[in-house]
Write a protein that binds this ligand. Sequence first.
Ligand SMILES: Nc1ncnc2c1ncn2[C@@H]1O[C@H](COP(=O)(O)OP(=O)(O)O)[C@@H](O)[C@H]1O
Ligand SMILES: [Mg+2]
Length: 612
Amino acid sequence: MQATAIRMKTMARMIILLAAAVGMACAACAEEAPPSAASDTIVAAIPPDFPPTYFQDRQSGKPHGFAVDVMNEIARRAGLKVVYVFGQQWDDVERLVLSGKADVAPNLIVDDARSQLFTFTQPVETVPIYLTVRSHESRFYGIVPGIKIGVIKESVGEHYLKSIPAITVITYSNLHSLIFELLSGQIDAALTATPNLMKLANEAGVGDKIKTVGEPVIDGKRAIAVRKGNLVLAARLNKVIAGFVGSPEYQALYRKWWGTPEPYWNARRVAGAIAATLMLAILSMGGWRYYSIKRLNARLTESMAGLEKAQRRLQEQAALLEEEIAERHLAEVNLAVKQEQLEEVNHSLEDRIATTLKEIREKDQMLIQQGRFAAMGEMISNISHQWRQPLNNVGLIIQNLQEMSENGELDPAVLDHEVRVAMDVIQFMSNTIDDFRYFFRPDKEKDEFIVNKVMAKTINFMLPALRNYGIAITLDEEPDVCILGYPNEYSQMLINIINNAKDALLERKVPDPRIRIRIFHDNELGVVTIADNAGGIGADVLPKVFDPYFTTKEPGKGTGIGLYMSKVIVEKNMGGRLVARNVPDGAEFRIEMPSCGPLWVAPPDGALQPVS
Ligand SMILES: Nc1ncnc2c1ncn2[C@@H]1O[C@H](COP(=O)(O)OP(=O)(O)O)[C@@H](O)[C@H]1O
Ligand SMILES: [Mg+2]
């Protein structure tokens, strides 16, 4: 099907060409002499603008290019001469050959379509045809649907793309237009002889703006197209082509036309670029320096501001601190003043306390004194009881002496006896007085003493008075109960308590008045209890009996000092304890003192024995 279509197309093209040959002559044909029929001159048709393969020199109008030189050399080697005619497009060139106006078209890329129209010689050149796009292109990596491809009119590229669907093909008459349409974005890609396209682009200084993608689309081979049927010419040319292509002469021509263009980076450009780069570097360094100095400045200003702020804050804090210090100093001064005042107060307080204590002590002394006086009063009444009998006796002795003297019965022996008896009685009375004196002499020093002894003496003093009132006194005692204290004061305390019992018993007219005294050890205490059967102390009275001046007795009879003084003697002066309580038939006073004598324990047999 495709082959038939191509043949049809070829036929049509031949008809057109024939018509053209008959009716028209191209501009180029008019200029050149008609091709000679001479067998050693051949006519070659070339396009005027496809460098560096072929092109027409603008000034001389002469043909130039790699293909022209190659054609000339091959012709020379084959003993031929070449004249050139220009066809505007590829199809013009083809038409010139097909019409017989030219014999050959040099360096035409061989493809199926052309092979139908011409007889080709051996290839004289290979040429890859890549898809070429703009260098920054990223959408197209090959011939894909939707792509817009530019080609040279009637070129191999156009032939190739005809069978590919869904693409747009735009034709151009020369490479210049193709390049610039590609660069301007009118088309997405170009498909043409890549070396020609690249060389032109490089020469135009836009070589870096385009790039090829992928593998070559067509691996083109250029050969000399000979008019179909002219096998003699083809053979004549082929004969020399094999020897020429690849020869040093061929290579020289190749280098001449395809040789690498002057490198873009020549000395001048490099120097310029270096200068520009240096300039740029200097400028950017300057700029950077300026910028960094500016930035540093800004930072400096900022930190200066921060510093100033910090300084201000510091000053404020310092001021606050100074204020605080001043306040503290003031507080310290105030404190010192207060302390001084306090010390003064303390001093005066101490003084006052001392004074008060002194007063209290004096008062106590006074009370003790008063108590002594009270006790003395009681003692004097006791003495009067003690002395009643001896005084009577002395009186009786004196009356007897008087009667005996009146009766003349007084002999010296009787007188002597009576006087001795009287003197004994007087001696007893004198002793009694001494004993009382001893009693009322205040103790100087604390002393260890045996409670039993002091108790015996005290009872002895009081016994006559108690007996007088019919009061029985009993004494239960552990021997040798020793305590530390003032024995006279202790005795005075005992007199007070025994007298109170006597007072209660008399006041309440108890029928069988009794006082029971016990002396014993209780752990490490020497204890004395004095109990009576006078009925006890009223519950409202009991808490107050040790208060000074508390008495329930009639005025003139009670002072309320006795028990107060006793408590002071026992607890304050001697470090003991004096308490009162009620027992079933009366009151009991208990006097506890720390024991100083040997410790006493109760062994199993019940008899107390000292512990060493
Ligand atoms: N054995 C006792 N029985 C009852 N009451 C007592 C006894 N001993 C003391 N009192 C009460 O304690 C009071 C205070 O006694 P005291 O201080 O010796 O002062 P005074 O004997 O001058 O009244 C007494 O007035 C009395 O009411
Ligand atoms: Mg009393």
